[in-house]
Design a protein around this ligand. Structure first.
Ligand SMILES: [Zn+2]
Length: 170
């Protein structure tokens, strides 16, 4: 069966770490079911959606954007309490491949409702495997989240893709 389409909601495929094999990395991503990749440079051009990386300052960040229409807390790693406030505002949580090896991120994955979840690799960082991370490894995050939420891979892939399309207007 063909993999459902997946969107890597944040990565740095434009970084020099991919200079020697960017094309191959993109083909591997395609073979893993990744249909679209949102790079950090492009995200700023999307109208209406604010994408935040608020490491250790999630609460402050929320105060700043609370009147915005649509906000993605990318690479979210804050508390469950702050996450619930973010969700109360109708905003989205993007979990990175960190979820494959961090207990805290697994706890976040358990709590976040599926209709507010995005997934990302933040590659070349946060690799769930040896060495550099790349968009194809998004499947590791989806598998992990599916196990935590006791559902299947397809459902997580479909739902996170649907959410990404909605918020990024793609
Ligand atoms: Zn990043």
């Amino acid at each position: 069966m063909r993999n459902p389409l997946i969107i890597d909601s944040h990565c740095h495929i434009n970084f020099p770490q991919f200079n020697s094999d960017r094309g191959d990395a993109l083909s591997r991503a395609g073979r893993s079911g990744v249909s679209e990749i949102i790079t950090s440079g492009i995200t700023t051009t999307f109208e209406g959606a604010v994408i935040l990386h608020a490491r250790d300052a999630e609460e402050k960040a929320l105060k700043i954007v609370e009147n915005c229409d649509s906000v993605v807390f990318h690479c979210y790693g804050g508390s469950i309490e702050t996450m619930n406030e973010i969700l109360d505002h109708g905003f989205y949580i993007s979990l990175a491949t960190l979820v494959c090896f961090s207990q805290h991120h697994r706890d976040l994955a358990r709590e976040v409702p599926l209709d507010r979840l995005l997934v990302e690799t933040d590659s070349p960082y946060l690799s769930p495997r040896r060495g550099r991370n790349e968009p194809a490894f998004i499947v590791d995050a989806i598998t992990t989240i599916a196990n935590i939420k006791e559902t299947n891979f397809e459902k997580i892939a479909q739902k996170t893709t649907e959410n990404a399309r909605k918020i990024f207007n793609i």
